[in-house]
Design a protein around this ligand. Structure first.
Ligand SMILES: [Zn+2]
Ligand SMILES: [Zn+2]
Length: 225
């Protein structure tokens, strides 16, 4: 097995007990060297979006959002560094579904820290994908998702990656709701879930839609920032 990020060969040990019990052996997808390059975020940095920075003030991006919307608190598990960029590229844009396993348990545990909440994943915006890159990151036996957000049919397959930052910041609302699930989000605090917080646009759009149906607190959790 070769590392999905750097292609180097991975050796791993299979214990005698595993063989004895015909345990399914999980081959590592990423080598130890690449794994060590992932950086876990501390609560330092921007107190609002978790962006890593030396100052502990609200960052420039958040300040701009705050002039237009109520502040959105975002918590992220990992830093969007070069290794994470490589991971997202392979997972999200080259559609390597198997990579969901790398952070599934950790990300699920991270989300569970939010407590008694309703979890709402960001839906996928491309029909080219065979899987939702957000829900695939979550162990749904341990955490129930309410997929109340849906993408408006008109915005499907606009290639977000190819549009520039300014266009993304000002793009129009891509989401609406599944009316059958609206009742499920009424009473409790909502945790929006996305794979990555880049400009914050997607999450702010999601908040704006859900705000029409609930007055409860809405925060977001992302795999990386
Ligand atoms: Zn590697
Ligand atoms: Zn910020």
């Amino acid at each position: 097995m070769n590392c999905k990020l750097c292609s180097s060969f991975i050796t791993y040990e299979v214990s005698f007990v595993d063989i004895l019990w015909f345990k399914s052996i999980e081959e590592p997808l990423i080598c130890d060297k690449c794994r060590a390059k992932f950086v876990y975020l501390s609560p330092n940095g921007c107190p609002q979006c978790n962006r890593q920075q030396d100052e502990h003030d609200v960052c420039f991006d958040c300040q701009r959002w705050n002039r237009q919307h109520a502040p959105l608190i975002n918590r992220a598990l990992l830093r969007y560094n070069d290794t994470m960029k490589q991971f997202i590229q392979a997972y999200k844009y080259q559609y390597d579904f198997t990579l969901a396993q790398v952070f599934k348990a950790e990300f699920t545990a991270f989300l569970k820290q939010a407590g008694d909440v309703v979890y709402v994943p960001i839906p996928m915006k491309s029909t080219q994908r065979q899987f939702n890159q957000v829900t695939a990151l979550i162990n749904q036996n341990k955490l129930k998702l309410v997929e109340v957000l849906v993408v408006k049919p008109t915005v499907f397959d606009q290639k977000q990656a190819q549009r520039n930052r300014q266009q993304r910041l000002t793009s129009e609302q891509p989401f609406c709701v599944n009316p059958h699930l609206v009742a499920a989000i009424k009473a409790k605090k909502i945790v929006l879930i996305d794979d990555i917080y880049t400009t914050g646009t997607t999450l702010h759009h999601a908040v704006a839609v859900l705000r029409q149906y609930t007055t409860a607190e809405i925060v977001s959790y992302t795999l990386c920032r």
